[in-house]
Design a protein around this ligand. Structure first.
Ligand code: IPD
Length: 293
């Protein structure tokens, strides 16, 4: 119990999260090129999970428990839907062992390990590592967000979101949801149609929620929107985007006070700044109203 309340230097937590990524990387790389990966399905027939997701999760959890045996852990493949609240009294690690599992199955390189850390119910750290692209992002609350890749000569650079304020000057991103009911499809069509009509320069989708968010953080994209996501898809990205100067909010509301409520609400809008967020919220609110009719 005493350990749960003890304050740990953020740099130390980042180092352990990075170590988790390093330990898991070989497992991902070893199976990545296999064209005949075995998988099971989860919420729908297109929501996939492989043995590698499960093994990577084990490696990460083992390392967290070795360092911090009393920290709470929320993780995609082992948490159930009713235990996804951040611990209000101590630390919580929020893990997606492979964000972009469909990409992994199809050998499409946008996959990453995503680790968020919260303290007393507030996110404080995000670490995201893409083993195939060798891109590492991390953010620490109050201390900024950083990125390194072979294109930065493997040196960390501080990142900042774009100044783009209008939809018609922006490159947006989203992913297609696992749910394919008529209701969900209508909403997706209306959203894409509305942003295209507003003149956005394109709507990209990496197939990994947190990679979309990291690309908003480093200015490769201007915004990301998606409904149907889970807490482990967005926790690390939220810190990284906010610390790079961006906004992460509900698609129809700029301020959601309680972090637990927001992270478990299954919807996310992430923008490079508040002006773009306000313009996008107007569009998304209209779509929501049309969908209700
Ligand atoms: C998924 C990816 C995908 C997003 C889904 C997520 P997974 O995570 O982030 O891009 O559209 O909502 O669940 O299943 O690959 O870990």
């Amino acid at each position: 119990m005493a350990e749960m309340m003890e304050l740990i230097p953020e740099e130390q937590l980042v180092a352990v999260a990075r170590e988790c990524c390093e330990l898991a990387t070989e497992e991902i790389k070893f199976h990545y090129a296999n064209t005949n990966k075995q998988f099971e399905t989860k919420s729908t027939a297109i929501d996939l999970v492989t043995q590698t997701d499960k093994r990577v999760e084990e490696i990460i959890i083992e390392n967290i428990k070795k360092n911090y045996p009393n920290h709470f852990i929320i993780s995609e493949e082992s948490s159930t839907q009713d235990n996804t609240n951040l611990n209000e009294n101590g630390y919580t690690w929020i893990i997606d062992p492979i964000d972009g599992t469909t990409n992994f199955v199809h050998k499409f390189p946008y996959i990453c390990i995503s680790i968020g850390i919260s303290y007393k119910g507030k996110l404080i750290i995000g670490v995201v590592y893409s083993p195939i692209l060798d891109e590492l992002f991390y953010g620490i609350k109050g201390k900024g967000s950083y990125f390194k890749s072979p294109f930065t000569n493997n040196e960390f650079i501080k990142i900042k979101t774009n100044p783009t304020k209008e939809i018609n000057k922006s490159l947006l991103s989203s992913n297609y949801p696992y749910g394919r009911t008529e209701e969900i499809l209508k909403e997706v069509e209306l959203k894409y149609g509305s942003f295209l009509r507003k003149g956005c320069r394109g709507i990209r989708g990496t197939g990994s929620a947190v990679m979309n968010m990291c690309y908003v953080a480093n200015g490769s994209l201007d915004a990301y929107f998606e409904n149907g996501i889970q807490i482990w898809d967005i926790s690390a990205g939220k810190v990284i985007v906010e610390e790079a100067g961006g906004i992460v909010c509900d698609p129809c509301e700029l301020n959601v006070e309680n972090e637990n409520t927001f992270l478990n609400n299954h919807r996310c809008l992430c923008c490079c700044n508040v002006e773009l967020a306000n313009e996008m919220i107007q569009v998304l609110k209209k779509v929501e109203e049309e969908c209700k009719q």
